[in-house]
Design a protein around this ligand. Structure first.
Ligand code: GDD
Length: 315
C-alpha cells in the first residue's frame, strides 16, 4: 500500500510517519526546499518528494508520480495567532493546497482515499449548554485559521458529493506530545520550564489567557485515529476526535509546574492575548468511537511528562 503524508516534517506528520512504518506500508512525504527535517531524520524508510502544495502543477506531478492509495493531508498553517497577522496567507495556503490535491486526485487517481485534518477550532464560540460538542453543533469560527478549516471541510464534503472522492473529515480537538511546535501552549510552557531548569531563562514563565478550556489528546492516539478514519470512516462524513475531558489552561500550567522542582514566577504577557479566544472546547467523540472503535489510550499526565522530557533533552 502506498501512503502519502503532506506535512510529514511537522509535528503530527512525523508521528504519522512513525505509525505508518509500523503498519508496513510505503511512506512518501512532501517537503519544501526550506523544510527542516529534524523531526523525521531518524526515519530511514520514508521517501521525501519536494512539492509546493500551493502550486497546482507541483501537486499534479506529485500525484502522477506517487499514485498513492491513501493520503493524510496534514500540511497547513496551523497556529491560530499567525492567522490574525496574515489572514489571507493562512486562508490561501490551507485552502489552495487542498483544492490542488483534490483536483489532481480526481483527474489522475480518483480511487485514492483522503483524510483531511480539520479542527475543533471550527466550532469557535460554544454556548455553555452545547458541551460536550457534537458534530451537529453550529460552527461559529473566531479566527481566520478557523475559517480556513471550515472551508477545507466544506470542500471535502463538496468534492465527495460532486465527484465521489473518498474523503473523511476529522475535526480534531487539541493534541500534543513530544515534538509539538514551540508556539503551542503545552509546548511553549514546557520549553520555558526546561530552559529555566537549565538556567537559560530567568525563573519567570510568560503566559497568555489561562482561563480558556481545551480538550487534549496525545498525538500518538491521534495518528492511530487518522488511520482508522481513512479505513473505516464513511466518505463525506465528519468525525470529532477528542478525549472527552477538558482542562483550563491554568490547570495545564499547574500540572507542568508540578513536574519541576524549580521555583517559577508566572507572568501574563499581553502580546499572548488574542483578539478573540475560543473559551471552551470539549468534544464528544462517540460518533467516531461507534464507527471505528477508537478511544484515546495515553493519559494526559503521561503526555505532559513526555513533552517536558522532550524539551529537557533538547540542546
Ligand atoms: N500558544 C499559546 N501560548 N497559547 C496560550 C498561552 C501561550 O503562552 N497562554 C494561554 N494560551 C491559551 C490560548 O489563548 C488558547 O486558549 C489555548 O491556550 C491553546 O492555545 P494553542 O496551544 O495555541 O492552541 P489552539 O487551541 O489555539 O489551537 C490548537 O488546537 C486546534 C484544535 O482545537 C492548534 O493545534 C490548532 O492547529 C488546532 O486546530
Amino acid at each position: 500500500m502506498k501512503v502519502l503524508v503532506t506535512g510529514i516534517t511537522g509535528f503530527v506528520g512525523s508521528h504519522m510517519a512513525e505509525f505508518l512504518l509500523d503498519q508496513q506500508v510505503e511512506v512518501t512525504g512532501t517537503i519544501r526546499q526550506r523544510s527542516r527535517l529534524d523531526h523525521i531524520k531518524h526515519l530511514k524508510d520514508i521517501r521525501l518528494v519536494e512539492c509546493e502544495l500551493r502550486d497546482p502543477f507541483s501537486v499534479e506531478s506529485l500525484i502522477e508520480e506517487v499514485k498513492p492509495d491513501l493520503i493524510f493531508h496534514l500540511a497547513a498553517q496551523s497556529f491560530v495567532p499567525t492567522s490574525w497577522n496574515s489572514p489571507m496567507d493562512t486562508i490561501y495556503n490551507n485552502v489552495s493546497s487542498q483544492v490542488n490535491i483534490f483536483e489532481a486526485v480526481r483527474r489522475i487517481h480518483p480511487d485514492c482515499k483522503i483524510q483531511i485534518a480539520c479542527s475543533s477550532e471550527e466550532y469557535g464560540h460554544v454556548e455553555p449548554h452545547e458541551v460536550p460538542i457534537k458534530e451537529t453543533n453550529p460552527l461559529r469560527p473566531l479566527s481566520p485559521y478557523a475559517v480556513s478549516k471550515v472551508t477545507q471541510e466544506v470542500l471535502g464534503y463538496q468534492y465527495n458529493k460532486s465527484y465521489g472522492l473518498h474523503v473523511v473529515l476529522t475535526r480534531t480537538f487539541n493534541h500534543t506530545g513530544p515534538r509539538r511546535g514551540e508556539n503551542f501552549v503545552t509546548s511553549n510552557f514546557s520549553k520555558q520550564i526546561a530552559e529555566i531548569e537549565k538556567g537559560k531563562q530567568p525563573p519567570v514563565l510568560y503566559v497568555g489567557n489561562l482561563q480558556a478550556k481545551r480538550d487534549f489528546t496525545d498525538v500518538r492516539d491521534i495518528v492511530r485515529a487518522y488511520w482508522l478514519a481513512v479505513h473505516h470512516g464513511v466518505s463525506g462524513e465528519t468525525y470529532n476526535i477528542a478525549s472527552g475531558t477538558c482542562w483550563r489552561i491554568e490547570e495545564v500550567l499547574n500540572k507542568l509546574l508540578a513536574l519541576s522542582s524549580v521555583d517559577i514566577e508566572v507572568k501574563e504577557d499581553p502580546q499572548r492575548l488574542r483578539p478573540s479566544d475560543v473559551e471552551i472546547l470539549l468534544g464528544d467523540y462517540s460518533k467516531f468511537h461507534k464507527q471505528t472503535g477508537w478511544k484515546p489510550e495515553i493519559p494526559f499526565d503521561q503526555t505532559l511528562k513526555d513533552l517536558l522530557n522532550y524539551w529537557r533533552a533538547q540542546p
